[in-house]
Design a protein. Structure first.
Ligand code: G3P
Length: 246
């Protein structure tokens, strides 16, 4: 399962992208509005930063308006995927844009029949909103699983992009449900990476390293064979100038 980040805030994209885990970014009108940035500028900056698949959503409600906007945003970068709502006009626009070779992401999907229609209209991605389905007491991940099963049985190539992800368990469940992609908010990424045993293990390793024979916590690790002239770091990771023994 690939990871996209679900945000239009450039600092969040930059930070998680530095982990080397992103294959794309999803935005929507609410996320772009809350970033306070110009739509075109922020999409182009994100595309430059991440590459991959960058979803930019149209705001027109009629098919003609969506097609016009879709062609425009697709022209902003080769990485742009045009995001369209799951409405009759959205499907019509999807058919036209995908026939022109423009990648599309059909959003606001809440049922398997909707997802089957989007696939037949040529969607590259379908975005079932797991969290919002959970919000009304149904099982959002079960929706993701059923869409994927129906697509596999129908030999449908549209990718299932699990959206409206609210917590790390949603990410696990989406992967186990067979989602091709999960688009994850910044906060959830910062939760996913943490584990108390990882930190405890690292602390113990570094403590033992600092206690190794002949070494004192201040002695730079460079003493252990790297070039003392270049300096090194202490067991606490602080840089040491000139590798001089303290
Ligand atoms: O990008 C669409 C989707 O991920 C929205 O999520 O948290 O507003 O339900 P949420």
């Amino acid at each position: 399962m690939q990871f996209f980040i679900d945000t239009a805030i450039i600092d969040e994209v930059r930070e998680i992208n530095a982990w080397g885990v992103l294959s794309g970014v999803t935005t929507n009108p609410s996320l772009v509005a809350s970033s306070g940035r110009d739509f075109r500028e922020v999409i182009q900056e994100i595309a430059q930063l991440v590459g991959g698949a960058i979803s930019a959503e149209v705001t027109a409600l009629d098919a003609e308006g969506m097609i016009k906007e879709g062609r425009e945003v697709a022209g902003w970068s080769d990485h742009v995927v045009v995001k369209l709502p799951l409405t009759p006009a959205g499907l019509q626009a999807c058919k036209t844009l995908s026939s022109e070779g423009i990648k599309t992401n059909i959003t606001l999907c809440f049922s398997v029949p909707q997802a089957l229609l989007a696939a037949r209209a040529g969607a590259t991605y379908i975005s079932p909103f797991a969290g919002r389905v959970d919000d009304i007491g149904w099982d959002g991940i079960e929706l993701v699983r059923q869409i994927k099963e129906a697509y596999v049985l129908g030999d449908i190539q549209t990718k299932v992009l699990a959206a409206s992800i609210r917590h790390p368990q949603h990410v696990v469940q989406a992967a186990l449900a067979g989602a091709d992609v999960a688009t994850v908010p910044y906060k959830v990424f910062t939760q996913m990476i943490k584990h108390p045993l990882t930190q405890a293990g690292l602390d113990a390793f570094l403590k033992d390293w600092a206690k190794r024979a002949g070494a004192s916590p201040e002695t730079p690790s460079s003493e252990a064979g790297t070039n003392p002239q270049q300096g090194g770091v202490t067991a606490q990771g602080e840089p040491v100038q000139g590798g001089q023994k303290q």
